[in-house]
Write a new protein. Structure first.
Ligand code: SF4
Ligand code: SF4
Length: 143
């Protein structure tokens, strides 16, 4: 079953790399550490969620946010992320997603090779098995 899951995930990664990223690719494999399910940032049109009231409103509008509860805060100073709340998901048990087949789209999208994010220094989470790379062959660098 695990081999089949890995095989399907490799195909999805390859399709994602081909379809959605012209310049950057996603490399590596999931180590199943669960970190991406307990260090989630949410945002709305005003920026990252930094208070309870904003998140309660989002939960009222979209039931999916009810999966999540606060798990920490970004302390990095002088950054738009400063003070942003980190959320964890209630469906994570022993570092496994209990609703894997039915998980939300934004879970399926991690990590996304968003050029703007990467160019601003964005990376995957520390110790994540995935990383971003540039989709260029050695020859292209010499042109
Ligand atoms: S942080 Fe990376 S390695 Fe860990 S569970 Fe998420 S995708 Fe997998
Ligand atoms: S639904 Fe599953 S994949 Fe998505 S955050 Fe929760 S545990 Fe992680």
């Amino acid at each position: 079953m695990n081999k089949f899951k890995n095989f399907v995930e490799d195909i999805i990664l390859s399709v994602k790399n081909r379809l959605f990223s012209s310049k950057y690719i996603i490399k590596g494999k999931c180590r199943q550490c669960g970190e991406c399910c307990r260090n989630i940032l949410f945002s709305n049109e005003n920026g990252y969620v930094k208070d309870e009231e904003t998140f309660k409103l989002m939960q009222k509008k979209h039931l999916i946010y009810r999966f999540f509860s606060p798990n920490g805060k970004v302390t990095k100073e002088g950054d738009e992320l400063e003070g942003a709340i980190l959320f964890k998901c209630k469906h994570l048990k022993n570092n496994r997603c209990k609703i894997y087949l039915f998980r939300p789209i934004f879970c399926r999208d991690y990590p996304a090779a968003n050029p703007k994010f990467i160019e601003m220094g964005g990376t995957t989470l520390d110790n994540c098995g995935f990383s971003f790379g540039v989709d260029k062959s050695f020859k292209n660098y010499l042109k």
